[in-house]
Design a protein around this ligand. Structure first.
Ligand SMILES: [Zn+2]
Length: 279
């Protein structure tokens, strides 16, 4: 009995080491499933997939070390030129909440590579929902290419752009625009790393060129849930989100007419430092 207890403590010691960064180190044991681990720690699977940059929750090998956040939330690595105000906007959060979660003050300066913790409870993407259509903005950024006919950024010839391009730096969080079921979470040609969500009204939304996918095919997601990070995979000339709204007849629609007023959601007329367009 005593040996069993000592052995349990020994495993616990090696499995769980609370780090100063707000994460717990977990050593995957034979028979462990990520679904069970997140249930035991009362976490969402997307949180763990995002933190560990895992794309397949079913393929955890024994001996792998993963990290679990002590509190539900996401980490963001500070990029050159970032301010607290900008990071708060990326997560649809209040600066004060981010300062509190990271023990920062208004006089604190950020440094490149600093890891900020954004508690899930502070993210208010859904506050920006269009009450008529039920869609919310999937990302905070600058619209770099609208829906419709345009000059193709690669060939220069006229082509139809089936979505909205929102330019923002790599690593910015991408949120589900509406409740639904993920029906595709994989690399898809020119779309790069791509997520397709089927909504309960028959419509679909597509999120392309991601740098990481934090959901899996078959997963139910809620509006405002983090599904991945912005990137430039596939046919893209710079980091941006290609966002499509597809109606129940499989017709792409102009997302602008389904989203809430863009007045507070992105910055127009900002100098183009991120690079434009893509697919
Ligand atoms: Zn596009």
């Amino acid at each position: 009995m005593k040996t069993k207890l000592l052995s349990a403590l020994f495993v616990l010691f090696f499995c769980c080491v609370v780090l100063g960064s707000g994460t717990v180190r977990y050593l995957v044991r034979p028979g462990d499933k990520l679904f069970n681990i997140v249930r035991d720690y009362n976490l969402r699977i997307s949180t763990v997939l995002d933190l560990n940059r895992i794309s397949n929750p079913r393929g955890l090998e024994p001996g792998t070390v993963i990290y679990l956040p002590v509190k539900e939330g996401f980490f963001y690595e500070v990029q050159p030129g970032d301010s607290l105000d900008y990071v708060a906007k990326l997560f649809f959060a209040l600066i004060e909440d981010i300062m509190k979660a990271n023990n920062l003050s208004y006089s604190s300066t950020l440094y490149v590579g600093q890891k900020l913790f954004i508690p899930l409870s502070c993210i208010s993407v859904c506050a920006n929902v269009n009450a008529m259509t039920g869609y919310t903005w999937p990302v905070y950024g600058r619209i770099s290419s609208e829906f419709g006919w345009r000059k193709d950024p690669f060939t220069g010839s006229s082509s139809f752009h089936s979505g909205l391009d929102i330019a923002v730096q790599e690593g910015a969080p991408v949120f589900a625009a509406k409740d639904g079921i993920v029906i595709e979470a994989a690399s898809n040609g020119g779309y790069g790393l791509n997520v397709l969500i089927q909504h309960y009204d028959g419509s679909k939304t597509k999120y392309a060129h991601l740098s990481h996918i934090s959901v899996y095919s078959g997963q139910r997601v809620c509006r405002g849930e983090l599904i991945g990070r912005v990137g430039q995979t596939g046919r893209a000339t710079g980091p941006h989100l290609h966002f499509e709204i597809i109606d129940s007849n499989d017709q792409c629609k102009d997302p602008i007419s389904f989203l809430s007023s863009s007045k507070y959601m992105y910055v127009r007329n900002e100098p183009d430092t991120l690079g434009l367009g893509g697919r």
